[in-house]
Design a protein around this ligand. Structure first.
Ligand SMILES: [Zn+2]
Length: 260
């Protein structure tokens, strides 16, 4: 509902009947809705858990999101005035979608009581939007889905802690560390650690206290640096001419798109 209002109440493709029930997906009281028989398709057949509450209708908002089709809306976030689609990588910004790293910083600057709802996922195929909840900037949360980390849950986390951890993570990322090293510990990347041990120890000390916190994974998913800025760091290094280092750096860059 929240995302639909924020998107300007776009019209869905179904027809609505008068009814007196609750939405089968979001449980909102409705006096008109779309019969489930119109929504159910082969792609929704395995999502029977989204049709609940003994209702045979869904509301206009949920109908719009079901009608958007499989894989939509994927990564998104809605505030009262805006429904926005997000991307994870800084290097594949398309169709006016902004990366999470930018969106989360903007939202963190909004008043604490601003309502917000969204999904952050490394896989846009599963239909996740019915599983998220309404949060606020001050009591923030997103539905987080990442098969790589075996996480698929609505998660409350501290947004400002997440945003500042993203900044902390960007330094080692810009210096070629892979996200998997940020997750498991920077020292597992022995080659990079020995190249600048002082920096590695400092970054690891900053990241360590956050690893078991709820905001760690969303920060890790959102954190990123452009290939461009990473290359600049690499070419600034005196030893960048040697082929093996350049090759490793490229691999770390590719690893940003997935997480492992
Ligand atoms: Zn609904």
């Amino acid at each position: 509902m929240h995302a639909w209002v924020a998107a300007g109440k776009p019209i869905h493709q179904y027809t609505e009947d008068a009814c007196s029930t609750v939405c089968a997906t979001c449980a909102m009281q409705i006096i008109h809705g779309v019969p489930l028989s119109q929504i159910e398709t082969p792609t929704t057949a395995n999502h029977a858990d989204y049709f609940r509450y003994g209702s045979k209708y869904v509301c206009s908002a949920c109908a719009w999101l079901f009608g958007a089709g499989k894989g939509k809306p994927g990564n998104y976030i809605a505030t009262p005035n805006c429904m926005e689609y997000a991307v994870i990588s800084l290097d594949s910004v398309v169709e006016n979608k902004r990366p999470w790293i930018v969106i989360l910083k903007d939202i963190a600057a909004m008043p604490n009581d601003t309502p917000v709802a969204g999904v952050m996922t490394t896989d846009v195929k599963p239909r996740l939007w019915p599983k998220t909840r309404i949060a606020t900037v001050g009591r923030f949360g997103l539905y987080i889905h990442s098969a790589d980390y075996d996480v698929s849950e609505y998660r409350e986390f501290d947004l400002s802690a997440c945003v500042s951890l993203i900044d902390t993570m960007c330094e080692p990322l810009a210096n070629g560390y892979a996200k998997t090293s940020l997750y498991h510990g920077l020292f597992r990347d022995y080659a990079r650690t020995v190249r600048d041990t002082v920096a590695a120890i400092a970054w690891e000390a900053e990241i360590l206290p956050h690893r078991n916190k709820p905001h760690f994974l969303p920060a890790l998913i959102a954190a990123g640096v452009t290939m461009e800025s990473k290359r600049n760091v690499t070419t600034a290094r005196p030893d960048s001419h040697s082929q093996p280092i350049a090759a490793r750096s490229d691999q770390a860059g590719k690893a940003q798109f997935g997480l492992f």
